[in-house]
Write a protein of this length. Structure first.
Ligand SMILES: [Zn+2]
Lengths: 322, 279
């Protein structure tokens, strides 16, 4: 693995954080030993984080979005929602662990929540298929969205996937149809929908749960038509040029905001969501509550027209003579 | 709205046919050397093995519409380099090169015409224009075509041939999937028939949006149809792919399409389907 594929930019910060941990370990509560030293290091770390995280390259942002300790959908379900009841299965073939969903409360309000789920360790990663859903996952998501519509509950989707699973089974069971069907149905579901990219927004596999009235991104998440590695392999004919592709694709939250594709960027705690998942969850929750409050006042027909127009106007072209 | 009569494009587009110059062509499938005129007379299908050559968007439209009935829509729409995208080449330069070779400004031609006297909205992809990839122009033209079909209560026929979303327009390309699918949703609500015809190859974001949303989905024989490309799958699973994987026949067997129709039967099949659905 080449140099630039590691999170080297984070190393100096992690070094100081480790030192602080060590000092704390040797300084039992109340003794006050090393306090001065710890405070100094904390100051130093904060400054370092500020410097480094305000100048991340697009490729470095991609690596933060994929950080193995970043909060995933189920983490946010625990921290930002209450009373989560997971519902399983697509009623057609199986239960796809790469997508989780169910009923929950957000700030007291019942909602349906759906999101891709990545695994934390090797075994979990394999079980969750690295957050890459099969058609069954998308069909489960659609089933839950229809449930939400029937009981008039708003829908929250949390996007975090490298993409839809590229394998034989996925093709056999109609990956394309499953994604397409979700795009079509979501565009006309008669309840408010809010989507947040919390980590990786990988292509059609992300969009398949992302047709919403409000689309938001966490500060260090990415959203792209193709992975930088995939893009580099095709256009540069060299997968290691992913850093160049990440820049060219304009896949960071500020870029998408500029292109008019997303409505809002949700601030992450200093140094990224993985440094303070609770704070990240608080910010996510506040943004979701804002969005749902805003949407709940809109008549459903108007909401559907606005949703249609929201996607209808995306695109840049020239039309001479008009 | 700019439109061209059929005779305008038939001369120019012949150059872009995927066959070598000269009197003879080699079939990609059976490797036979065949007299080019004979292939053309046979709707660009190999007379020896029935291999369906890829054909241009305008020739495609010509093969199913009543002669001289095509009126083009939105032909003036031009792609823009919104991302200032540069890989080994600039997107602007790629577009310039494509524009030298093509009469069309992007990878999709659309308009209205007649099939056995019945009015249809029709569109076809130009695979030789940047792999038939869907960016803002293609997405916009498809959406407008679907909206015309809705507004005028006219059936819709779309022929796909595409590598998927256009990388050089980044996230804007991805969002065309949502935009086109939403337009199809509205067409469905009005009960206007939409026939999707998948031709070789149809993959990625095109398959995973309007292409798989036809009320009836037709494919040409042996057309490659899928979400992920076979090479990507091969590299991911590191196993040999099954024989005939992602071909039209495979999709039919797995319940993903309604039927496989040979090119020579395409017009009469579309005509029959439309008369039964919209009759
Ligand atoms: Zn042949």
């Amino acid at each position: 693995m080449s140099f630039k594929h590691t999170r080297d930019f984070d190393k100096p910060i992690e070094e100081i954080e480790r030192k602080i941990e060590e000092l704390r370990h040797f300084s039992p509560n109340g003794t006050g030993a090393y306090q001065e030293e710890i405070r100094k290091l904390e100051k130093k770390a904060e400054k370092l984080i500020k410097d480094i995280y305000s100048n991340l390259t697009p490729w470095q942002i991609t690596l933060v979005a994929r950080h193995p300790e970043r909060p995933y959908t189920l983490d946010y379900l625990n921290m930002a929602f209450e009373d989560f009841v997971e519902l399983h299965g697509d009623r057609l073939y199986r239960d796809d662990p790469a997508i989780v969903g169910g009923l929950a409360r957000l700030d007291g309000r019942p909602v349906v929540v759906i999101g891709q789920q990545k695994g934390r360790n090797t075994k979990q990663r394999f079980y969750r298929n690295y957050g890459m859903p099969h058609p069954d996952g998308y069909r489960k998501a659609l089933r839950l969205m229809r449930l939400a519509e029937r009981f008039n509950k708003p829908i929250v989707t949390l996007i975090d996937t490298p993409g839809a699973a590229p394998d034989i089974e996925a093709e056999e069971r109609g990956q394309s149809e499953a994604i397409a069907r979700n795009l079509l149905c979501m565009s006309s579901l008669k309840v408010p929908i809010v989507s947040v990219v919390i980590g990786e927004g990988g292509s059609g596999g992300a969009l398949a749960i992302g047709v919403a009235d409000r689309v938001m991104m966490m500060e260090y998440s990415t959203y792209s038509v193709i992975s930088p590695e995939g893009c580099a392999a095709i256009l540069w004919k060299d997968g290691t040029k992913a850093d160049l592709a990440a820049k060219a694709l304009r896949m960071s939250a500020p870029e998408l905001k500029k292109l008019g594709v997303i409505d809002r960027i949700i601030k992450e705690p200093l140094g990224g969501a993985h440094r303070n998942p609770r704070k990240a969850a608080e910010n996510l929750k506040a943004a979701l509550v804002d969005a749902l409050d805003e949407l709940s006042g809109t008549q459903i027909d108007r909401l559907l027209d606005q949703r249609y127009e929201k996607f209808r106007r995306i695109g840049v072209f020239r039309e001479p003579g008009t | 709205m700019v439109w061209f009569k059929k005779d305008f494009f038939s001369k120019r587009e012949k150059k872009t046919l995927k066959v070598p110059q000269g009197l003879w062509v080699k079939c990609n499938h059976c490797n036979e050397i065949i007299y080019k005129k004979e292939v053309e007379r046979n709707l660009d299908v190999c007379p020896k093995c029935n291999y369906h050559f890829r054909i241009s968007s305008r020739r495609r439209i010509e093969t199913v519409l009543d002669e001289g009935s095509f009126v083009e829509y939105d032909g003036a729409l031009e792609p823009q380099d919104a991302l200032d995208f540069k890989d080994l080449k600039r997107y602007k330069d790629r577009l310039r090169e494509a524009h030298k070779k093509h009469a069309s400004k992007d990878a999709f031609v659309s308009g209205q015409g007649l099939i056995d006297g019945r009015k249809v909205m029709i569109g076809a992809f130009e695979f030789s224009f940047m792999g038939g990839s869907m960016g803002s122009v293609v997405g916009e033209k498809i959406t407008r075509l679907v909206e015309h079909a809705s507004a005028e209560r006219t059936p819709l026929v779309i022929f796909t041939s595409s590598g998927g979303a256009r990388m050089q327009e980044g996230i804007l390309s991805l969002m065309q999937m949502a935009k086109t699918a939403a337009a199809i949703a509205r067409l469905n609500e009005k009960g206007i028939p939409y026939i999707s015809v998948l031709t070789d190859p149809t993959t990625g974001g095109v398959t995973a949006s309007f292409a798989m949303l036809g009320d009836v989905i037709v494919a040409e024989p042996r057309a490659l149809i899928g979400f992920a490309g076979p090479r990507v799958i091969q590299e991911t699973i590191r196993q040999k792919l099954p024989e005939g994987f992602q071909r039209a026949e495979y999709l039919l067997e797995h319940g993903m399409i309604d039927m496989i129709v040979e090119r020579k039967m395409m017009k009469s099949t579309l005509s029959l389907l439309l008369s039964l659905l919209a009759g």
